[in-house]
Design a protein around this ligand. Structure first.
Ligand code: ZN
Length: 173
């Protein structure tokens, strides 16, 4: 169950954002460039490589004070995503010596799966104000704030493929 309000636009759409800071809704005075990286968790690890290929960016209006918080949040998430597997390897490194080849593979496999969990948990419980994912035939804009998401959907109504709002009333009985 996603903890965000999602607006899916067609791939060719040029998104129009409300003239409000995506976090505090004050008048925005700068932009925040979002790299789309959630289509595949592996992308998080490959980000430095993707930069080289001009990976897709989306400019979102934001005010300067919120941008600072946003940068800190993103950086923390990135560090947690990277640090956890490294810590796991460090802990098990010595133990690996005493294991059979099969046990070792098993530990690496389990460790690999476990290592993405903190990133997912972080994402679910501390969603950024906005995130963008590109797919093969559409792109998804995920907003923490319902009001902002609704406004965004209205501004881009011609290109909206689908919306899914978390706080929407439950479907009729
Ligand atoms: Zn703001």
């Amino acid at each position: 169950m996603p903890l965000s309000n999602d607006v899916v636009l067609s791939l060719k759409a040029v998104p129009i954002f409300p003239d409000k800071c995506v976090v505090c809704k004050q008048t925005p005075d700068t932009y925040w460039s979002i790299l789309s990286n959630r289509t595949n968790l592996l992308f998080t690890f490959l980000l430095p490589v993707l930069f080289l290929f001009g990976f897709k960016k989306t400019k979102v209006p934001i005010c300067k004070s919120c941008k600072k918080v946003f940068v800190v949040n993103r950086t923390l998430r990135f560090i947690i995503t990277l640090a956890f597997p490294i810590i796991l390897v460090a802990i098990f490194w010595n133990a690996l010596d005493d294991m059979t080849r099969l046990q070792r593979r098993l530990v690496i496999l389990i460790g690999g799966v476990m290592s993405v969990i903190p990133a997912i948990v972080w994402q679910v419980f501390n969603p950024p104000a906005v995130d963008v994912s590109f797919y093969d035939d559409n792109k998804e804009y995920e907003f923490k704030n319902l009001e902002y998401a609704v406004e965004f959907a209205e501004l881009n109504y011609q290109e909206v493929v689908k919306v899914s709002f978390e706080q929407e009333a439950p479907s009729e009985a």
